[in-house]
Design a protein around this ligand. Structure first.
Ligand SMILES: Nc1nc2c(c(=O)[nH]1)N[C@H]1C(S)=C(S)[C@@H](COP(=O)(O)OP(=O)(O)OC[C@H]3O[C@@H](n4cnc5c(=O)[nH]c(N)nc54)[C@H](O)[C@@H]3O)O[C@H]1N2
Ligand SMILES: Nc1nc2c(c(=O)[nH]1)N[C@H]1C(S)=C(S)[C@@H](COP(=O)(O)OP(=O)(O)OC[C@H]3O[C@@H](n4cnc5c(=O)[nH]c(N)nc54)[C@H](O)[C@@H]3O)O[C@H]1N2
Ligand SMILES: [Mo]
Length: 710
């Protein structure tokens, strides 16, 4: 008897697909998209379509393990680890924690987690309760989106925007640093629908992505110069009186200051920074203001620059001054996450830090892991507990991170599904369930549907969900608070118990029956009503002033430009003293992996061309490099050997390479050896796309790269 289970993909992607899993005698036999999901509509990305290969991969971690070889050894049972029981594993972890707390205090323990799953419970609930009650250091989870989130919130007071379904009504769509084909593929059919009706798609991206190749117009902007372009567009829109004076007068604060500011961004100057020709800047600004409705899909690529917070802020101003928020198919989307308003405090219980410490614990930024492991004192970091993350692959300044992870006095626990780069440094590795093996509540950052993901199969081997793991650890630590005994269903109910009016009427039972439910934006109309959601049609901004803040007192108080201004990244060609490393490097994501997830599956490796450096023919020629040559890419932080690919996807001055596991890359180092721990202007996020490098031909290799062991 085959049964079909409704689940939701929890991977770190805006789309959060509704999926159907067919189960036969306890074994998952098929996965497909749920055709009834109004946004993801029954198709899956190449990665998740093959998810059975991932769940049943012979490479899964299935049992708790203890290290028996020196740290740094490529892992696996029988090589670096021996199998132990859960009882032994939990005993060793809690004993080590108690010793460390006794000697150094509880803040010597650092949890490290990010986006392995975005399921509400397994992303942040029992784990946070546990570490808060333990009094561990807090982790600022800023590796991805904080700069953009903070930039958008500085204008709107909340990070939400146009719903994806509305893009079908747009007539002008700007994909601004948004690799829609690669990273947000379920938006694409809505864009195609709009284009069939005559809409124009413009892509602003220094790299010729698949999305750019499909677009009507690709503007290959210089990396890190988007603030200047947005201010330049507003210069033209204000100069030519193409702005919506009525909307601005009613709902915006600081228009006069903005008008003064944009005087400094005439098209000629903007062209100098962005590399976009003056007539193109003029045309872009005019078309954006005049072809209505116009929607901007900005994604997080733009905020991985040193000035990324300001970039997000400046771009978010555009639909305010054009009044585009009034129109179905207008507006802007970076994220939809701000609309959910689930009860995170109930899930995470930050109040438990009062029990352990009587105060909030210190905060360590996950971007600066290398620095934290090397330099933290008072107390030093003596234990690292990694789950939902693979820092030995994804964290910037890889060499610095690895030096820290190799410290013999550092006790490292990794809860994982696979033997990743990070388990190579684990003292204890614990087996984690996939979303097939546990129940979840799922929100999204690219649409407005809440979902319940049901458990389809029993956990494989001795795998354990994040929720159950931290429940067990709490019990072993003797924590008596009721919250450590809450069931998954009670936690889901707690999350839904929130003052957010858009959650009204959405219960666990309803989610279980219906699978997905649209946030209740117009309750009078019945939830899921056809009426489009226009978040800022009548203002309704959640800033201190209640208006769209084109002038922000908060930014002024932080010593930043209260309007917006373009500050070139230190690591860019616009700054003097960059001769040594003259090329701007985009340390990109791969279209067929998800950050460092899926990289080890042969089916995914086959789809992705790994180990390449994309370089323009001009930059290749001056260095004597031909297509296919082995090259060394380096800067002061590190070096990596890759294969040159001269195919016109990057302009002169820019090179690009893709994220992969370090141990699957020639030389066992990945592109994060080149990236830095430097933080963004606003939001203290990572700067993966502000990286200067030099490239040279590897003559010693005689044209042949070492082959990769997969
Ligand atoms: N297939 C796949 N899907 C994914 C992911 C993945 O790894 N693979 N990752 C997921 C995650 S964690 C996230 S956060 C989202 C992110 O999704 P996106 O925000 O789309 O992420 P990125 O690929 O970082 O950046 C998008 C584009 O920005 C461009 N870019 C870089 N610098 C600049 C710049 O200075 N200006 C402009 N205008 N563009 C620039 C890059 O070339 C890139 O094509 O995608 C998610 N979805
Ligand atoms: N050079 C470069 N570096 C980057 C980026 C880039 O574009 N370029 N992107 C950055 C961005 S945007 C992000 S979001 C980060 C992402 O960084 P991470 O959040 O660390 O993402 P992943 O690399 O996908 O690693 C997640 C790990 O969690 C595991 N996992 C999945 N589900 C579970 C679970 O339920 N429980 C447990 N315990 N583990 C689970 C997976 O097997 C996987 O190994 O990387 C950043 N690093
Ligand atoms: Mo991300």
């Amino acid at each position: 008897m085959t049964k079909t289970v409704y689940a939701a993909c929890p991977h770190d992607c805006p789309d959060a697909c509704g999926v159907l899993i067919s189960v036969d005698h306890g074994r998952a036999v098929k996965i497909q998209g749920d055709p009834s999901h109004p946004v993801t509509r029954g198709f899956l990305c190449a990665k998740v379509a093959k998810y059975l290969d991932r769940v049943y991969s012979p490479a899964r971690v299935l049992y708790p393990m203890r290290r028996v070889a020196p740290k740094g050894n490529a892992a696996g049972l029988g090589h670096a680890f021996e199998r132990i029981s859960w009882d032994e594993a939990l005993r060793e972890i809690t004993e080590r924690f108690r010793t460390i707390i006794g000697q150094f205090g509880s803040e010597a323990i650092l949890p490290y987690s990010y986006g392995g799953t975005l399921g509400k419970l397994n992303f942040a609930s029992m784990d946070r309760r546990f570490f808060h009650r333990l009094g561990a250091s807090q982790l600022a989870r800023n590796i991805c989106s904080e700069a953009g989130g903070a930039g958008v919130r500085s204008v709107y007071g909340v990070n939400m925007g146009t719903e994806p379904e509305q893009f079908r009504h747009s007539r002008y769509i700007i994909a601004w640093a948004a690799n829609i084909h690669g990273n947000n593929v379920h938006l694409w059919p809505f864009i195609e629908e709009a284009r069939r009706k005559g809409a124009k798609l413009v892509v602003i991206d220094p790299y010729r992505t698949r999305t750019a190749a499909c677009a009507d117009w690709h503007l290959a902007i210089n990396p890190g110069t988007d603030v200047a372009l947005a201010l330049g567009m507003m210069h033209i829109i204000i100069r030519d009186k193409l702005y919506d004076a009525d909307y601005v007068a009613r709902y915006a604060l600081g228009f006069d200051e903005l008008r003064d500011k944009v005087q400094q961004y005439p098209p000629e100057k903007v062209c100098g920074w962005t590399g976009i020709a003056v007539p193109d800047i003029e045309k872009l600004a005019r078309e954006y203001a005049e072809i209505r409705p116009a929607a901007i899909r900005m994604n997080y690529g733009v905020q991985r620059s040193e000035n990324g917070g300001m970039a997000a802020r400046a771009i978010a101003m555009l639909p305010v001054i054009t009044g585009s928020w009034k129109e179905v198919g207008g507006g802007f989307q970076l994220s939809t996450s701000g609309a959910y308003g689930l009860n995170n405090a109930a899930l995470e219980r930050p109040d438990l830090m009062q029990v352990s410490l009587g105060r909030a614990a210190r905060v360590i930024n996950m971007v600066e892991l290398g620095k934290a492991l090397a330099e933290s004192d008072n107390p030093p970091v003596k234990a690292l507990f990694v789950y939902n993350s693979n820092p030995a692959a994804v964290c910037p300044n890889h060499n610095h991170v690895i030096r820290g992870l190799l410290r013999p006095d550092l006790f490292t626990v990794v809860h994982e599904q696979f033997f990743t780069d990070t388990t190579d440094y684990a003292d204890i590795t614990l087996p984690a369930t996939t979303f097939f093996e546990h129940k979840e509540l799922q929100s999204a950052y690219g649409h407005y549907y809440l979902q319940i993901s049901n458990q389809a199969i029993d956990p494989l081997g001795e795998c354990c969900s994040n929720v159950d793991l931290f429940r067990r650890l709490a019990e072993r630590m003797g924590f008596t608070e009721e919250c450590f005994r809450e069931s998954v269903d009670e936690m889901i109910e707690g999350a839904l118990e929130s003052p957010n009016p858009w959650l009204r009427g959405i219960t666990r039972e309803r989610l279980e029956n219906e699978g997905h439910i649209r946030l209740a934006f117009n309750p009078g109309n019945g939830e899921g009503a056809a009426r489009a959601f226009l978040p800022f049609e009548d203002g309704g901004f959640r800033t201190p002033s209640g208006k769209a803040e084109l002038y922000s007192e908060k930014l002024r108080d932080l010593g930043l430009d209260p309007v917006a201004s373009f500050v070139p990244p230190d690591e860019s060609r616009h700054r003097p003293g960059t001769k040594q490393y003259p090329l701007e490097m985009l340390a990109r994501k791969a279209d067929n992996f998800l950050n460092s997830t899926f990289t080890n599956l042969p089916g995914m490796q086959a789809l992705e061309e790994t180990g390449t450096l994309e370089i323009s023919s001009a930059d290749a020629q001056t260095r004597g490099i031909r297509d296919g040559d082995p090259v060394r890419v380096f800067n002061s932080r590190g070096a990596i050997e890759l294969k040159a690919k001269v195919d016109g996807r990057v302009q002169p001055g820019v090179v690009a390479a893709r994220l992969n596991w370090a141990k699957l890359t020639p030389g066992k180092k990945n592109i994060n050896v080149l990236t830095s721990e430097k933080l963004t202007d606003i939001g203290q996020s990572a700067t993966f796309y502000s990286v200067l490098v030099e490239v040279e031909l590897c003559r010693h290799l005689g044209g042949h790269l070492p082959t990769t062991a997969v």
